[in-house]
Design a protein around this ligand. Structure first.
Ligand code: ZN
Ligand code: ZN
Ligand code: ZN
Length: 116
């Protein structure tokens, strides 16, 4: 194996973000499990944590994270819909002509078109 490591794909994502002038770009990885924010040097165990940190702290993007599967959502509504559909298995759209329930309105509508 050569000592040249393949560039981390995340580096490119970060470089695409606006770097304030004078900020040094840290490439330090203390171990394979340590990911460093290039903007402030904070260390994280997971690269998804760095991604969220950069978005929240440096880009001021509000991220809503599902506590069950750590998916990110840009709006609280999307997170709630995801949690209800995936984790709570809630199917809020119920057919008024039978017992069928659907996760989304369009699913219920297609059920009605096919079955009734
Ligand atoms: Zn940072
Ligand atoms: Zn989830
Ligand atoms: Zn029905």
């Amino acid at each position: 194996m050569s000592t040249n490591q393949a560039p981390c794909p995340l580096s490119y994502a970060f470089d695409a973000l606006m770097l304030p002038p004078g900020v040094s770009i840290e490439k330090t990885k203390r171990s394979k499990m340590t990911y460093t924010c290039k903007l402030c040097g904070a260390c994280f165990a997971r690269n998804s944590n760095v991604k969220r940190h950069v978005k929240e702290v440096h880009v001021n993007l509000r991220i809503y994270e599902c506590e069950h599967c750590f998916s990110d959502f840009s709006t609280k509504r999307n997170l709630l819909r995801h949690k209800q559909a995936v984790h709570e298995k809630k199917k809020p759209w119920s057919c008024d002509e039978c017992d069928y329930q659907g996760q989304e309105q369009w699913i219920l509508n297609s059920h009605k078109r096919r079955k009734h």
